[in-house]
Design a protein around this ligand. Structure first.
Ligand SMILES: CC(=O)N[C@H]1[C@@H](OP(=O)(O)OP(=O)(O)OC[C@H]2O[C@@H](n3ccc(=O)[nH]c3=O)[C@H](O)[C@@H]2O)O[C@H](CO)[C@@H](O)[C@@H]1O[C@H](C)C(=O)N[C@@H](C)C(=O)N[C@H](CCC(=O)O)C(=O)O
Ligand SMILES: Nc1ncnc2c1ncn2[C@@H]1O[C@H](COP(=O)(O)OP(=O)(O)OP(=O)(O)O)[C@@H](O)[C@H]1O
Length: 493
């Protein structure tokens, strides 16, 4: 694109790409000097030019300049970069129905449900923690909410591939760091707000302020979908830039679930909406997933898909990878892999486990807590777990450069009156849990969900994944089937 089409009075220079990282700059690029938490992009201008940048967008005065490079000084590089990224890729979010979902828990689940169900109404893509998916494309993301250049480029690829909608997970980091400033949101969905990421935001107030931004930036003719049962509802409602619709279970709501029946293989409830009631059968399990489903239903319905059209799809929603994933090899006890990694997530998954486990039977949990991340939650994980579990097996979970045993000891400090052991190797810990289970017990494997890596001292290493480990243990040690894991994975596909 010609630079003159991006900035008034700029020369007719052909800009081939955009970059905010001097290390990734390619020939003919425009480089944006962003001030980050650690580095200042202004310090890498020379490297950007060596790698091929022909235009530099900066906000600070520059000591030296080169004659063959175009320099553009702006007030705020981040805002400019967002505007330019949208323009460079032909404002792709204006050509898509954009669902933005934020909240502490439930973003991946809600966005995945939207992508899966709304896709029957119009082709829909997904960007979030689990993947970037549209059509046949399935990519591994670096971030839940990517940077502005990457987002607009990906949205453009989606438009080119025929997508008409996108379901986007919007993290508090993404909002705080202005990664979505120029995305045109049609629907902004709030799941909930509980303790998380205080190592980054410092206080719950800052954390909430970051989340609020999505509701301030939604299009005026768009819609905000709010959880009426969440303690932050009233405050959030006040900042919404568009009309509000509500969903909930405990309070009156535009989309409300009544008569909820939770089962081991799904749920049923009566949906009250638009003055009518609808019987809903869904394969999603646990009451928190009813909230996620209500949020998705409300967002989709307000975007034109009728309830009559969507209800048939709700009983076979695509499994959200690593979220409430039942592992079934025919064993006579429950094995569930779940990505619970916040205190509220722990509380909710245990409540569900409690509801499906006979009081005479046992709940056995395997988990750890990440190294170099919020350390305060470790003890809390111990406290919550000992309220519900009969046996706790602590293990490694992305220890980074911390000692997994020390992390386990911090968790253990919150455990009261519950059998609790530490087995460092995660596979062995899962094996111990499964081998100790009896008929109708529930084994919960928490914290890693669908992740197939382990962050250790020397960087990221491969991990077969909790789901694969659980299948492998059940087949090998419970059913006595000897086969290598590769064969087993192929069988399952
Ligand atoms: C804490 C955090 O979010 N940090 C993000 C932030 O890093 P930063 O501010 O430290 O960047 P910096 O190193 O100071 O660099 C400033 C600028 O100089 C540039 N630079 C830097 C070095 C260099 O040699 N050349 C160069 O051009 C950088 O590209 C950047 O533009 O900006 C970087 C560029 O966008 C991000 O990659 C980085 O994400 C880090 C890697 C990260 O792990 N973020 C996580 C916590 C995150 O964002 N997570 C949320 C989900 C959270 C959840 O819900 O679980 C997400 O949306 O993924
Ligand atoms: N509505 C909810 N309320 C409380 N806990 C939930 C809710 N939805 C999901 N969870 C718990 O949080 C875990 C993560 O769910 P999900 O991936 O959908 O959330 P997320 O907001 O995308 O989290 P992340 O951004 O960290 O991936 C689930 O495995 C479950 O334990």
């Amino acid at each position: 694109m010609l630079l003159s089409k991006i900035f008034n009075q700029a020369p007719d220079l052909d800009i081939k790409s955009l970059s905010m990282d001097s290390r990734d700059v390619s020939k003919g690029a425009m480089y944006f000097c962003l001030e980050g938490m650690i580095n200042d992009g202004h310090n890498f201008i020379d490297q950007a030019i060596r790698n091929g940048a022909i235009c530099i967008v900066h906000s600070k005065p520059l000591a030296k300049t080169k004659a063959d490079i175009v320099y553009i000084k702006v007030e705020n590089v981040l805002t400019t970069m967002n505007q330019v990224a949208s323009r460079f890729f032909d404002h792709p979010s204006r050509h898509l129905k954009v669902f933005g979902v934020t909240g502490t828990n439930g973003k991946s689940t809600t966005t995945t449900v939207i992508r899966d169900v709304f896709n029957h109404y119009m082709p829909t893509g997904y960007i979030g923690t689990i993947a970037i998916r549209y059509g046949d494309v399935d990519l591994q993301p670096e971030h839940t909410t990517p940077n502005a250049i990457f987002i607009h480029k990906t949205l453009k690829d989606m438009v080119d591939a025929g997508m008409q909608a996108v379901s986007l997970e919007v993290s508090s980091h993404g909002l705080d760091q202005g990664r979505v400033l120029s995305v045109d949101f049609d629907v902004a969905i709030f799941t909930n707000l509980t303790y998380e990421h205080l190592d980054y935001h410092g206080t719950m107030e800052n954390y909430f302020n970051a989340k609020k931004k999505l509701f301030e930036m939604v299009k005026k003719d768009g819609v905000c979908v709010l959880n009426v049962d969440d303690p932050y509802y009233d405050e959030l409602r006040q900042v919404c830039n568009a009309r509000v619709v509500t969903y909930g279970i405990a309070n009156d709501a535009d989309y409300r679930a009544d008569d909820i029946k939770l089962k081991t293989n799904g749920s049923e409830f009566v949906l009250a909406a638009h003055g009518q009631t609808y019987e809903i059968h869904t394969n999603l399990m646990a009451s928190y997933n009813i909230y996620n489903l209500l949020a998705a239903i409300a967002g989709m319905c307000e975007s034109g898909m009728t309830l009559e059209a969507m209800i048939p799809y709700l009983d076979h929603i695509e499994q959200v990878d690593g979220r409430m994933e039942r592992i079934d090899e025919g064993q006579p006890f429950n094995v569930i892999v779940d990505y619970a990694h916040t205190p509220d997530g722990f509380e909710k998954i245990y409540e569900y486990a409690d509801s499906i486990t006979d009081p005479q039977r046992r709940i056995i949990a395997v988990f750890g807590s990440a190294g170099k991340r919020d350390t305060k939650k470790r003890r809390v994980f111990g406290e919550i777990s000992s309220k519900y579990c009969d046996s706790i097996i602590l293990t490694e979970e992305d220890p980074r450069d911390e000692d997994p045993r020390e992390i386990a000891n911090e968790i253990k400090s919150g455990v009261v009156d519950t059998n609790c052991i530490f087995i460092e190797n995660r596979y062995d810990a899962i094996r111990q849990a499964i081998e100790s289970a009896n008929v109708n017990d529930t084994v919960l494997i928490l914290g890693k969900g669908d992740e197939v890596f382990m962050d250790r001292l020397h960087g990221t290493e491969a991990w077969m994944g909790d789901h694969a480990a659980a299948h492998d243990v059940l087949r090998r040690y419970y059913l006595g089937i000897e086969e290598d894991f590769e064969e087993q994975s192929e069988d399952k596909e």
